[in-house]
Ligand binder design. Sequence first.
Ligand code: FDA
Length: 343
Amino acid sequence: MNKRKSSGKKLFFILPLLFLSIAAILAYKFGERWLRNALIYLSHATWARNIVENLQISRTVARRFVAGESIDEVMAATRALNSRGMTVTLDYLGESVNDRGVAISARDEILRLLDRIEEDGLDANVSVKLSQLGLRIERGLALENLRLILMRASQFGNKVRIDMEESELVETTLDIYHRLQDQYEFQNVGIVIQSYLYRSEADVTQLIDEGAWVRLCKGAYAEPPDIAYPDKNDTDINYIKLVNMMLSEPAREKGVHLGIATHDEKMIMATKAYAAIHQINPDQYEFQMLYGIRRDLQQELIKDGYSVRIYVPYGTAWYPYFVRRLAERPANMWFFIRNLFKQ
Ligand code: FDA
């Protein structure tokens, strides 16, 4: 009886996984873009989340990208990175929250995180997602939660950066970012720009004028071709264009500080080349990378005298973040699938 129950349970896991693997193989055959979009769809799918979160192997693989589940664990990871010469930005995982109580407890956790960074004397700031703070429930809720977070951060002379999410949230995210500066006069808030969006050049022009604190990334979501460059080459070309705009002399004179968030050696080389030609000191910008990705490159940049900040996520809501990391590199996906079948 028990045997039958446990083989039924196994089947419950194995069948959808088999389906996933076949979908992934087909997608790989038809192109990486297809695979990427399929995975980004899965990052939002509750049915897939329920399966993947319950597998021990997923937790093991996810640990490569996530520093732990508790503040204590993430403080230890931050201390280790600081000791290797890297600064950190901390991300309490969670997004697209649709319950007010969950948004408020996320805010409280981020307040505790700011307290701990201060108490432990670590070199770290914080990154937040507005959809975790309640943006999809009510704009005012996310604004108020972030206002409280910024107040706490400013008591410690610390900073908070707003991550950029799906394109449907970009306009509101930028509005909230501006409101926190204009109406509440916060100067410790930064923003993220995604080079795959057509609109980003215009946003960057405005942010330069405001002397903003900006992180530039390529963009991690699946966006339609009328909103974002469908071709990765165009995203890369735009990335370099936006780096050059934000490292230009007029931008630096306005006070722009740029975080070049990428693991792409071509983007890094283009930045280094622009900085060398224009004699820009490495302390006037920083490279940013994700925890667990291209550690060799992170260390090499430090060795060469560049500033490097590592984005370190932690918490139990790791599923969407983890699946986006799989989507960025098919090799990660194959590693995951291979290990699933070894179980
Ligand atoms: P690209 O995808 O071209 O990859 C270049 C190379 O980097 C690959 O060939 C591989 O060697 C390595 N690599 C990249 N991703 C990898 C992975 N997952 N595993 C292993 N190797 C990998 N996005 C967003 O939409 N909003 C945001 O707020 C942020 N925030 C953010 C912060 C920081 C610090 C970083 C580094 C990135 C983000 N992102 C993000 C994610 C970003 O948009 C993008 O999806 C990833 O950085 C991957 O793009 P790359 O620039 O690394 O280049």
